[in-house]
Ligand binder design. Structure first.
Ligand code: HEM
Length: 370
């Protein structure tokens, strides 16, 4: 499904979070040098122009770039309150496995049908940003055959689609100041392929809860408590399921023997993704952690807020005090300005933002689907 840059009824235009599936992606995580905030803020308004510059000549290849902003940079760059759920990535430290929080001020999620377009855009962007930023992580991802991850399983089958994707990925009217925005969590995983491939196919299937060749899901009764599917199914007490929108990519190097999955998950309510991570690393119940982690190491971890396109182009926090379309002006959003990357307690905020019917109420976006 594609959501192009079509405005919401409230006049705001979301970024292209729900782009069409593409075979190629580049994930760039950068940090911003102190003193370069104003320059970078201006640059973020120009990214869509650069996407047009590179992508217009090959429109059928669907070049897009989603920009996400980290909590610490938000506080440095904007005088506006932080979006309610934007905080440093919450490290998950289980007895056996850890999801670390790593540096990163901005995410550029670049997608296209062709890697050359992604690369050209990344090259121009970093050329423009020059000494204002350091690239702290760069991953060139590709879609593996049959939509499989490098562990051999089809990845993405249970992604929400259509209205459910809109409801899952975007912040809805329950947070009017951020409506049309999104939260994105990224993690770079590397896999111990030797160990993984030493398992029987049955053991591998038990780790995910799906059959490898056919991609058929196990019956619920047959899924192990520590399987990836059980731990990533988030349901309310009333049985309402909460989903996120993933667009994982494979990366690797035969020379170095590094084989990986770049996890990326968009959510209108980031507490859903955070609950998944807690289930995977701490376990549900604690100790029953995700079996795939015995073969997967989380190397990075970041949370970013994805503002609307309008906000990137005009955040409206200049001295004139204009309130822009899409700016989070809600007093309740003034969460801690702690720039550390340690755990942050935001449980009350999360609870406040839950809506009773499980929908994030972004129904108005439906009209913009193409
Ligand atoms: C090592 C990295 C990972 C790999 C290789 C991986 C792979 C997979 C595969 C093969 C599936 C089954 C097919 C599908 O529905 O997509 C799946 C499902 C899923 N994964 Fe992951 N995943 C990884 C990390 C994560 C993380 C970090 C999260 C959440 C924070 C996550 C959330 C989910 C969810 C929500 C589902 C669908 C569950 C369902 O509704 O059945 N995954 N993943």
């Amino acid at each position: 499904m594609t959501v192009q840059n079509v405005a919401l009824p409230n006049g705001r235009t979301p970024q292209r979070v729900l782009g069409p599936p593409t075979p190629s992606a580049i994930f760039l995580v950068v940090t911003v040098h102190p003193g370069a905030e104003a320059e970078v803020k201006d640059f973020l308004g120009d990214v869509s122009g650069l996407v047009r510059t590179v992508g217009f000549r090959s429109r059928e290849d669907n070049l897009s770039c989603v920009t996400g902003i980290g909590a610490a940079l938000w506080d440095r760059m904007y005088s506006l309150p932080r979006p309610a759920q934007l905080h440093p990535f919450i490290e998950q430290r289980g007895d056996t496995h850890t999801a670390p929080s790593t540096p990163g001020d901005i995410l550029f999620h670049i997608r296209a049908r062709r890697i050359d377009l992604c690369f050209e855009l990344a090259r121009l962007m970093i050329g423009e940003l020059g000494a204002a930023v350091d690239v702290v992580d760069e991953v060139h991802g590709f879609r593996y055959f049959d939509e499989r991850d490098i562990m051999g399983f089809v990845d993405g089958t249970e992604n929400p689609e259509d209205q459910e994707a809109l409801d899952s990925a975007f912040i809805g009217p329950e947070d009017p100041d951020c409506e049309g925005g999104s939260y994105v969590i990224v993690q770079k995983y590397t896999h111990d392929m030797k160990e993984w491939e030493s398992l029987s196919v049955e053991e591998q299937e038990a780790a995910f809860g799906r059959h490898k060749l056919s991609d058929m899901e196990f019956d619920d009764d047959d899924k192990a408590a520590n399987s990836h599917l059980i731990l990533n199914t988030i349901e309310d007490d009333d049985g309402t399921e909460h989903k996120i929108v993933r667009d994982n990519m494979v990366f690797g190097s035969v020379e170095s023997g590094e084989y990986g999955t770049y996890f990326i998950g968009y959510a209108g309510d980031v507490s859903v993704t955070e609950q998944m991570l807690e289930n995977m690393f701490i376990g549900d119940p604690p100790g029953t952690y995700d079996r795939i982690l015995d073969f997967s190491t989380a190397e990075t971890g970041n949370l970013f807020y994805v503002p609307t396109q309008d906000f990137l182009e005009d955040p409206g926090d200049d001295e004139d005090g204009d309130s822009p379309a899409g700016s989070p002006m809600d007093d309740a959003a003034t969460s801690s300005s702690d720039e550390s990357t340690g755990p942050t307690d935001h449980t009350a905020d999360e609870a406040d933002r839950e809506v009773s019917d499980g929908s994030l109420g972004i129904g108005s976006l439906k009209r913009s689907r193409q």
